[in-house]
Design a protein around this ligand. Structure first.
Ligand SMILES: [Zn+2]
Length: 440
């Protein structure tokens, strides 16, 4: 397996060397936000905390978490009380709307923007992208960070980028062929949709396509989906694969973490973001190889740095050294769910990834949708599955029911629906629909 680095001296540094950099940056950052961010200045003073309290990396745990609510209440507009530089020094704002209406912001100074592009370039190279590659960028451009994040960073790598965004999917497939695109970015759901169309259209993936690497991210996906994307787009034939990228508006955008050519979870770029994995209920650190919520602290950021931010993503950290040599950069074994998407059903914890694993094990299932109605007790749990040949259904139904029962301890209502009747996704999927009691 060919391993390349963007910043070899950093990426191959020892854990000890990276920890030294982290501590130096953490001390600087806590002092920086204490002095410059009205939000942190006030909060730290109220709690009797001072920048000199940071003597080791573990001392971060003395500081309080920052939540999405904090950002909504105190960070909008123009970064609100989180802004650490004069407003005129901010060159760009990104926003993610969420559901409550007040957007969560990510702001960049010129230097923040360059740092981001550098990290995204590091991620591209980590994924196996090379100079001369033709990148079809199908993340949305605009307020979503995906499109822009993987645009200019492609120039740094020496690749050509086609800023497709989303939509016109048939024309996109033609362009993939005509431009001999070797790399494709985009949500796993959109990549999967494209892969199913490529299969349906009878395109010879070996002769007509040139895709080697794809970079799916921005939503939960599983090994089963990876296998389909890799196989249906012929990525393995050309020695490549589908490699997970991680990002969030609050961090910087895509490129906060990237899976390498060994495809064993994404390396988190901890020289820029201090990472903790905590129990979502207690906030205490989880043990090695235990599942928990990702929490990060900016180590390099000028405009809107955040301390101990609860990302809401659930992962398992693998700190074993990776064969690629990035030994100081732990791997997150995928984002298994958002904290909010975990369903507690009859005393069992169910994550969207578990459902996808069960369903996509069956080659005949092309698309699915899960509807959980929490307004009813016990919850109404419906799984709709789309199969091309309905005559396969009695056997499939039997198998699915026993798999759900044995591996997830649930017995959902399973409905087989007509081919093409479920939605396809050009951005993030809405395969999980959770109906909640309306807030009073
Ligand atoms: Zn690796």
């Amino acid at each position: 397996m060919e391993v390349k680095y963007w910043e070899p001296h950093v990426e191959t540094a020892s854990k000890k060397a990276i920890e030294k950099i982290q501590l130096k940056r953490l001390k600087y950052m806590i002092d920086y936000v204490y002095r410059r961010s009205p939000f942190y200045g006030r909060r730290f003073r109220e709690l009797g905390l001072h920048p000199t309290d940071v003597k080791s990396l573990e001392d971060i745990r003395k500081f309080p978490f920052t939540t999405k609510d904090d950002l909504r209440k105190h960070g909008y507009p123009h970064g609100g009380e989180f802004l650490c530089v004069p407003r005129e020094e901010v060159v760009c704002w990104h926003m993610s709307s969420g559901t409550t209406g007040v957007p969560i912001l990510g702001g960049y100074t010129r230097r923040d923007y360059d740092t981001w592009m550098n990290l995204a370039a590091r991620s591209y190279v980590c994924a196996g992208v090379k100079p001369g590659d033709v990148i079809m960028n199908i993340y949305g451009y605009g307020l979503f960070t995906g499109g822009l994040g993987l645009h200019e960073s492609a120039f740094l790598v020496g690749a050509t980028v086609i800023p497709w965004g989303t939509g016109r999917t048939q024309a996109l497939i033609k362009a993939l062929i005509d431009f001999k695109a070797t790399v494709m970015t985009g949500t796993p759901s959109y990549q999967y949709y494209i892969a199913t169309l490529v299969k349906e259209m009878g395109i010879d993936v070996e002769k007509d396509l040139n895709l080697r690497v794809t970079i799916p991210g921005a939503e939960m996906w599983t090994e089963k989906m990876r296998q389909r994307i890799e196989e249906w787009l012929g990525l393995k034939i050309r020695g490549g694969g589908a490699r997970d990228i991680y990002g969030a508006t609050e961090l910087c955008g895509p490129g906060a973490g990237q899976e390498c050519v060994y495809e064993k979870g994404f390396h988190f770029w901890v020289d820029h973001f201090l990472l903790e994995v905590v129990d979502p209920k207690t906030g205490e650190p989880v043990g090695p190889s235990e599942e928990g919520e990702m929490v990060f602290t900016h180590l390099v950021k000028e405009a809107t740095p955040i301390v101990r931010y609860r990302l809401g993503d659930i992962t398992v950290l693998d700190e074993e050294p990776c064969e690629c040599g990035r030994k100081a950069f732990p791997r997150c074994l995928r984002v298994r769910a958002r904290v909010d998407d975990v369903i507690h059903f009859k005393g069992v914890k169910i994550m969207p990834s578990m459902i996808q694993e069960v369903l996509l094990k069956h080659k005949e299932i092309l698309e699915y949708q899960v509807i959980v109605d929490k307004t009813k007790l016990p919850y109404d749990f419906v799984v709709k599955v789309e199969v091309p040949k309905p005559e396969q259904t009695p056997l499939l139904l039997k198998k699915l029911l026993s798999e759900f029962k044995n591996s997830l301890f649930i017995e959902p209502k399973i409905e087989i629906v007509d081919p093409g009747s479920l939605p396809r996704y050009e951005g993030k999927s809405k395969r999980m629909i959770i109906k909640e009691e309306e807030a009073k």
